[in-house]
Design a protein. Structure first.
Length: 305
């Protein structure tokens, strides 16, 4: 990847992050404003009820309170604002999802780590970037904070985990590959949303499992069947249950930094094209998309020899 392409990529991510951050600030501002109006109205109502005696006067104060709330944005107006903000955030999220797919996934849908990929020695044994080196890739870290569905799906896609789960490799194509290249990216987004909504308390453990495997459970090499965890892929040491706890805490308290570390490790391997893959115990280079493939060498004739 050229420097200009990398700069454009960072600028695009920071821009999308700024858009989502603006929408988040807007939601918080509207919510706080509505709550503030409710608190002020509640205080005024308490003072009126303390001064006004009698059941009939209390009913009159209650009617006046309802009228004030409706006039200041409560009631129907409050519901309208909440629905409008919710729809606006949904539209923005869908727009970001499409832009991410169109900008990063669609142009190169076959750029992911195959299951039997060969990792260079300089990427084995340790993380190339530290947990808190995320400032070196601030745009990516911000996107993991503001666009977690897109970015975690991107990470799972590039790491080859979604392909392994769906039993799909670079040589298998189906009807959707022609009409929607990289469609598994959307499946990853749906999976992330489903996991965070239904199993929110277990997502950190799930991320830690993808990061280090289940070596602490079965005592094996940490493999997850066809899914190769990050530590096993790059030969990063795993000290059993202690490492699992540390990885879980990393995702509990600093998920964007941990995810950025993994993403940079994956992209460091993918940027060294072509990625070699072991086929029948023989390393074979997987050609880049669109690159010419040389089937063999020309055979010398008798005249040439």
């Amino acid at each position: 990847m050229t420097a200009s392409g990398e700069d454009r990529r960072k600028v695009c991510r920071i821009t999308l992050g700024a858009l989502l951050w603006t929408s988040f600030v807007l939601v918080v501002f509207v919510e706080l404003s509505l709550n503030f109006l409710g608190i002020v109205d509640h205080i005024v109502t308490m003072q009126e009820e303390a001064e006004i005696g009698g059941r009939s006067l209390q009913e009159e104060a209650s009617k006046s309170r309802v009228g004030r709330i409706g006039g200041l944005g409560g009631g129907g107006m409050s519901l309208f604002i909440r629905v409008a903000v919710f729809l606006g955030v949904c539209i923005l999220q869908c727009t970001v999802l499409y832009c991410h797919w169109n900008r990063y996934i669609k142009p190169d849908p076959n750029k992911f780590i195959p299951r039997r990929a060969v990792v260079p020695d300089d990427l084995k044994g340790n993380w190339k970037y530290g947990m808190f080196d995320c400032m070196g890739e601030l745009g990516t870290c911000c996107c993991f904070s503001w666009f977690p569905a897109c970015m975690f799906s991107d990470l799972w896609y590039r790491a080859g985990w979604i392909h392994a789960f769906c039993d799909k490799d670079q040589h298998s194509n189906d009807s959707l590959d022609g009409s929607c290249p990289g469609y598994l990216f959307f499946a990853g987004c749906c999976g992330w949303c489903l996991a965070t909504d239904c199993l929110a308390c277990c997502t950190c453990c799930g991320h830690a499992t993808l990061r280090g495997g289940i070596q602490c459970v079965d005592g094996g090499d940490g493999g997850l069947g066809k899914i190769v965890p990050m530590r096993k892929r790059f030969g990063v040491p795993h000290d059993g249950f202690k490492t699992f706890i540390m990885d879980t805490l990393a995702y509990c308290f600093c998920a964007p930094c941990a995810a950025t570390q993994e993403y940079r490790q994956v992209m460091e391997l993918l940027d060294r094209t072509p990625v070699q893959e072991v086929i029948n115990n023989v390393p074979v280079a997987v050609p880049a998309v669109g690159a010419p493939t040389i089937m063999g060498q020309p055979v010398a004739t008798k005249e040439e020899s």
